[in-house]
Write a protein that binds this ligand. Sequence first.
Ligand code: ADP
Ligand code: MG
Length: 323
Amino acid sequence: MEENIKVNEAATKTAALTVKNLNKTLGKRHILHDINFEAYAGEVFGFLGPNGAGKTTTIKVITGLLDIDEGSIEIGGYNLKKHYEKALGSIGSIVENPEMYKHLTGMDNLKLYARIRGVSQERIDEVVKLVGLSNRINEKTKRYSLGMRQRLGVAQALLHRPQLLLLDEPTNGLDPAGIKELRDILKTLAHEENICVLVSSHLMSEMELMCDRVGIINNGRMQGVYTVEEMIRANAGDSSEFIYNVDNAAKAAELLEGVEYTLTDDTHFDVIFKVENVEEKLAELNRRLIENGVKLYTVSPKEKKKLEDVFIEITQSGGVQIG
Ligand SMILES: Nc1ncnc2c1ncn2[C@@H]1O[C@H](COP(=O)(O)OP(=O)(O)O)[C@@H](O)[C@H]1O
Ligand SMILES: [Mg+2]
């Protein structure tokens, strides 16, 4: 039953953004090389890469701030070159810092913008609620924290009901609480409002918590698009490691025939089990140790490789094969 639901979900995925063979030269430098990816309605897509990788350039091309040299971009089904206005009408974005009048309230800022775009008061109230600013919206924005300004920027970008919300490094400069608030809002927008949210970042740790999928860009090339789970699996290899804490590691070592292990100190050793039947192998080894008089205090899984390291490995090796 559950599997059927998943199949149906996959079948109904709608591409909010399709980028095909995008190339961009700035001055004399070829900055973007054949960038290809799709982002779907209902997901937070992370655009991840070190500084200078080409994230901002890609986002500027998608938002029409820079021309396409080669390749094609479709937004909400509209080709950006052929149907420029309709394509851009499907986007809400914050590329630089959100623009606002500091001497006006949050509400007045939104009203100004809404008037230009012909947006109703009802929609303004709706977006204010979506970004969690209801109780501060009538304060002047000069009293807002950076996080609140960022959220007002998101509200403004959402006014015209875009299918695609594009944010270039939106958590830069925010404190941890501000980052969490923004993260929760973006996830809600994607998962409950079915918007495609595309955020860029140079931090894997941040993308891991915020995104459903991550596209990794380096030196202007897309190295691959992965779910966070795929990244972990691809780099975890096919074995699991456990740390054993015992009274006497030397005595335990005599009982470790047929087991791959490393002695750490007098009371600790690490065991590596290949991926099949890990639990059975653990149970068997534990029994063997206890039956032979070794005091077994704790067995703990060794900490998995940090995703930040995985990201660095992927960008340095030019991508990993996932399959
Ligand atoms: N106007 C420009 N002319 C020449 N090179 C540029 C220009 N703007 C950006 N670049 C270069 O393009 C590369 C990608 O920059 P950018 O898209 O800003 O990267 P990111 O946002 O990932 O940090 C960098 O090497 C940057 O120096
Ligand atoms: Mg940038």
